[in-house]
Design a protein around this ligand. Sequence first.
Ligand SMILES: Cc1cc2nc3c(=O)[nH]c(=O)nc-3n(C[C@H](O)[C@H](O)[C@H](O)COP(=O)(O)OP(=O)(O)OC[C@H]3O[C@@H](n4cnc5c(N)ncnc54)[C@H](O)[C@@H]3O)c2cc1C
Length: 496
Amino acid sequence: MKYDVVIIGSGLGGLQCAYILSREGYNVCLAEKNPQLGGCLQTFKRNNSLFDTGMHYIGSMDKGQVLDNFFRYFRLSGRLNLRRMDENGYEIIQYGEREYKLAMGYERFVETLLSSFPKEKEALSQYIHKLKEISNSVDLYNMRDFSGQKTGYLDYYSVGINDYLDAITTNKTLKNVLLGTSPLYAGVKNRTPLYIPMIIHSSYIESAYRFVDGGSQISDLLAGYITEYGGTIMKNARVTKLLFDNQSLKAVEINNSERIEGKYFISNIHPKSMFDLFDNAPLRPAYHKRINSLEDTFGIFSLYLSMKENAFEYINSNYYVFKTDDIWDGDNYTQENWPKGYMMHISPTSKSDKYTDAIIINTYMNWDEVRPWEKTVVGRRGESYKAFKHQKAEKLLDLLEKDFPGIRSKTAAYYTSTPLTYRDYTGTYKGSIYGLMKDFNNPLKTMIMPRTKVPNFLLTGQNINIHGVIGVTIGSVLTCAELIGTENLLTKLRNA
Ligand SMILES: Cc1cc2nc3c(=O)[nH]c(=O)nc-3n(C[C@H](O)[C@H](O)[C@H](O)COP(=O)(O)OP(=O)(O)OC[C@H]3O[C@@H](n4cnc5c(N)ncnc54)[C@H](O)[C@@H]3O)c2cc1C
């Protein structure tokens, strides 16, 4: 059978493209290598606790806010079980032995930080002004026509967040507090464009929500709608080859055997992993070379704590904890001083309003640490790998115990993952957390467009546009607009 569109990978981007195109009348086939859909939206259960693997919280979901506007079209608004986070401090930045709260709402954000930084009113006002300016500059973020290729936001893509903050304040602590969520965008001091943290922050400052019982709600709902619109979803269907014919892509090969033909194809997988699937692709070597030369964002070690029943009170804020003066320094560690900090996510559960049964701790881990097992697969990495993870988990738990005394005794069991786990579950290159790194020194080189030189082959997902729920959603719209037209799609979005 020949489909109108074949989509490779069911991450948020793949699912959203399958949703848009099947809703708009295309005959779509979505091929996912895993038994569970969703990529970073996947959840897993251990010891009766449910853990998210990637998506922990989402922003701007109040009625009429940016993500809510998009999610109305995706039939997700009002259908997700969400918990609104603490308005007075949905993020807590622990830096230099003190805690600083990042509050929801522009005015409350400024007022809250002013209590710790009374002389920094001007800097904080400038910061908020810039947040608004940047989010207003992105046409699609505001559902404005972007087909004229307006590039207002490019100005913010060629400036670094670090340089920008240096320009508005000389207060080192305030600067580090404003950079406190840098793990959320895999920040790198002299690389990260101002645009990325500002778009992400502007989404959360409007409103921040956690998923009750996991982010896979999104993939479950989208998969149901795709099927309802007549789309085909194939699980356990690893695309093993992309079969080109002269100037176009003709078919994909699934699990080294079945061929699925299509008129158009969309890849939702990491571009470097995609190149491994090419069979005589009519793409210039320069394209491969450019993308292969790009660096990836860092990898992480995750510790999943299954908590004893009614033992650990739910905290409605994320913790970003730094044990170093320089918050840019997290991935520059030795065996002795690892970890230099961590991010702590406390999961809400429908089992209890007062207690949590699942806590996730993420911290930096360089690929070199797991390189000895790079040729192994999940569940078969051997005893040395288990010992390595155990030693890391114990070290991280020791640190946690100092910050949250008693957390060890309230933990029933723990589980771990490394960059190898992410590589094998999501196919992301070397387990990088958010795929390719964006770099303000060379913005055009690190910006990946949905369109490729092969006319019937498009890209989507976190490597085009930016990562995260808002970045990937905008990316999906950009990709699908190539097929169904910008104004047409925008009208549908606005009217949803
Ligand atoms: C630890 C972590 C925490 C995060 N926290 C947040 C958060 O709190 N809020 C937020 O907004 N964002 C967060 N993100 C980012 C967000 O989850 C991702 O940016 C987004 O989900 C990526 O979507 P994607 O469409 O690029 O696809 P991915 O999630 O990368 O999925 C790609 C899919 O393709 C499949 N695939 C790969 N190769 C093949 C193949 N050959 N054949 C078939 N299928 C294949 C994979 O199995 C996978 O399902 C987090 C990410 C991580 C890793």
